[in-house]
Design a protein around this ligand. Structure first.
Ligand SMILES: C[S@@+](CC[C@H](N)C(=O)[O-])C[C@H]1O[C@@H](n2cnc3c(N)ncnc32)[C@H](O)[C@@H]1O
Length: 142
C-alpha cells in the first residue's frame, strides 16, 4: 500500500462515492481538459485514477494514443480496467520514483494532491517521467 494512505479507502461504499463525485464534477473536469489545448498526445497518464472515471474522461476528451491510469489500490485498479478497457492500468504508488511510465505528455490528477505529503518530492518524481513540454492538469477542490 502507498505510504500516503488514501483517507476514504476502496470498499464498495467508497467506490460508489467516487462514482457520484465523478458525475457531479464531470462538466468542470471536462472544461479543464478542453482548455489545455492538447489533442491526441502520445501518452496521457491519470495519477491516482481510482475506479477509472477520471481516466475515462481524460481519454474521451484528449483522445490520447495511449492512456494509462496509475493507482495504489488493487481493487480500484480492477474496476478501472473494466471501466476503461481501452486504457492500461498499473498498480503503483505515484509518490515513489521511478513511475512505471516515461515520456508522458499529459499528466492529469483529480482529487489526489490533498491526500499526498511532501508535494515537492512527489512533483519531482512526476517531472522525471515527463516528456519535454509536458503539461500537468490538476483538478482539486481544496
Ligand atoms: C479521491 S480518489 C480520486 C480518483 C479519481 N482520480 C477520480 O477523480 O475519480 C483518489 C485516488 O488516489 C489514489 N491514491 C492515493 N494515494 C495514492 C498514491 N500514493 N499512489 C497511487 N494512487 C493513490 C486512491 O487510492 C484513490 O483511488
Amino acid at each position: 500500500m502507498a505510504e500516503n494512505r488514501y483517507t476514504f479507502g476502496d470498499n464498495t461504499r467508497a467506490s460508489a462515492r467516487l462514482r457520484r463525485l465523478a458525475e457531479v464534477y464531470e462538466p468542470e473536469t471536462r472544461a479543464l481538459l478542453e482548455r489545455c489545448g492538447v489533442h491526441a498526445p502520445a501518452l496521457a497518464v491519470d495519477l491516482g485514477c481510482g475506479p477509472g472515471w477520471s481516466t475515462r474522461l481524460l481519454r474521451s476528451v484528449l483522445a490520447p494514443v495511449r492512456t494509462v491510469g496509475l493507482e495504489a489500490s488493487e481493487r480500484y485498479a480492477e474496476e478501472a480496467r473494466k471501466n476503461v478497457p481501452e486504457g492500461d492500468v498499473i498498480v503503483c504508488d505515484v509518490t515513489r520514483p521511478p513511475l512505471p511510465v516515461e515520456n508522458v505528455e499529459v499528466f492529469f490528477c483529480r482529487f489526489l494532491l490533498t491526500h499526498l505529503r511532501d508535494l515537492p518530492r512527489v512533483l519531482a518524481t512526476w517531472a522525471a517521467a515527463a516528456a519535454p513540454g509536458a503539461q500537468l492538469l490538476v483538478h482539486e477542490t481544496d
